[in-house]
Design a binder for this molecule. Structure first.
Ligand code: COS
Length: 397
């Protein structure tokens, strides 16, 4: 059986006029009309504005932040004083952007995650940064991970000690998204009120603070701005402290509770795109006198992909809805959403690559890009096994 090659030449099966992506989930009871309007409006915007040119990722990210800000979409990435983050909106935006362009999703997500602690716990003064990140005129990052503290945040070694009228910070942070292009970071450092998790605090750290340097830019398989940062006697004023001393771990976990569901949503967007690509491809590829999609074995794969996508969507929007309804902690729901959505998206995308034959691994094809883009989501913001730990702990009390 010979499987012919296809147009379009770059294998991008997105057909803007046909609107391939399944949007039936928007009628689920988790959503309000404003969510449906948001999804439709952003999808239309993204179809005209994306994908961005990724050749220079720093420039691409800066441009995307500016455009997402000008379009009004970044308003949803943070919460002004008295407002709360709408997690369903965050998830819808990430899912939609990821379906169109992974870097656009990254640019949006980091404005939210970077300033997440300020959205949840910031003072009115600290929220001045939010005005800028939500307008797209400043870029943010979340400096949590360290060379010796990845999954185990309680091992954070970066120190912040009182001195020089405020706090003096020393240490290193690594794998910091937007490192090198951010204007501001939220950083978690050890202030020592107690050992382990109870001795950490959160601070607002402007990128131009003397003593903060980019030690290394890190290149990864799906390029985005990423860096290893060094802090040498960085002095921050008292007003830089977010929440109270010793609350840094809880602040970081609360931020992750919100944003872990949104990582699942990004994975969902990638998976939906992969299914769209696979449907288009198998529906057009001639095979054995018919089409590839005529074969039951291929249909079985397509069915499994759709099933995993719907299951992931249900878990994601359950978690987001629970948070928006006021459930104080959604650790278990968010962990389930992130774990299932990222792991299943990897499988969906892998199958989409398989159904493309040789073109699946060819540079320039959407599924090849998705295959590289999905991998990191099973690691960052809590690797899959960390999510299993969180779920198991909630079961065992
Ligand atoms: N919201 C609020 N408080 C939380 C919380 C949450 N989601 N999760 C934990 N806490 C609280 C706990 O209640 C506990 O306080 P009390 O003793 O007063 O009850 C305290 O924080 C310590 O919690 P725990 O004992 O569970 O801490 P651990 O050090 O054992 O946490 C895990 C372990 C693995 C769950 C945690 O370190 C984690 O999530 N790691 C992954 C980090 C990560 O995602 N890194 C990627 C960064 S990319 S931005």
């Amino acid at each position: 059986m010979s499987l012919g090659t296809l147009d379009p030449p770059l294998g991008d099966a997105r057909r803007k006029d046909e609107g391939l992506a399944d949007k039936s989930f928007l009628s689920w009871p988790f959503f309000e009309d404003r969510h449906r309007a948001l999804a439709e409006g952003l999808d239309a915007w993204a179809a005209g504005a994306l994908p961005a040119d990724h050749h220079d990722v720093d420039a691409a990210c800066k441009g995307l932040v500016a455009r997402l800000g000008a379009g009004g979409w970044l308003r949803h990435s943070g919460a002004a004083m008295g407002e709360t983050l709408d997690v369903r909106s965050l998830c819808i935006i990430r899912e939609t952007l990821a379906r169109h362009d992974g870097l656009a999703d990254f640019a949006f997500a980091m404005q939210g995650l970077g300033m997440g602690a300020v959205s949840l716990f910031g003072t009115a003064d600290q929220r001045a940064w939010l005005d800028r990140t939500r307008a797209g005129t400043a870029i943010s990052g979340f400096a949590l991970t360290e060379p010796g503290a990845g999954s185990d945040v309680a091992q954070t070694a970066t120190t912040a000690v009182r001195g020089q009228g405020g706090w003096v910070l020393n240490g290193e942070k690594t794998y910091i998204s937007n490192g090198g292009i951010a204007d501001v970071y939220v950083i978690i450092a050890r202030t020592g009120e107690a050992p382990g998790a109870k001795g950490l605090s959160a601070f607002l750290l402007p990128a131009d603070a003397p003593g903060l340097t980019v030690l290394e830019r890190i290149e990864v398989m799906a390029p985005h701005p990423l860096a290893h940062l060094g802090l040498h006697d960085v002095v921050l004023p008292e007003a830089a402290l977010i929440g109270k001393p010793g609350e840094g771990f809880k602040i970081a976990m609360s931020v992750l509770d919100v944003f872990r569901s949104t990582v699942g949503a990004a994975a969902l967007g990638f998976a939906r795109r992969a299914l769209d690509e696979a449907l288009a491809r198998t529906g057009r590829t001639r095979a054995g006198g018919g089409r590839l999609s005529d074969y039951q074995m291929v249909q079985g794969h397509l069915a499994d992909m759709a099933l995993q996508i719907d299951a992931a969507a249900l878990l994601i929007y359950r978690a987001a809805w629970a948070k928006d309804m006021g459930q104080p902690r959604i650790s278990r729901e968010a962990a389930m959403a992130k774990l299932y959505a990222t792991e299943s998206a990897q499988k969906v995308i892998d199958m989409a690559v398989q159904l493309h034959g040789g073109d699946g691994v060819r540079t320039g094809f959407a599924v090849e890009r998705l295959y590289r883009e999905i991998r990191a989501l099973r690691i960052y913001e809590g690797a899959s096994d960390v999510q299993r730990v969180v779920i198991a702990r909630s079961l065992l009390g």
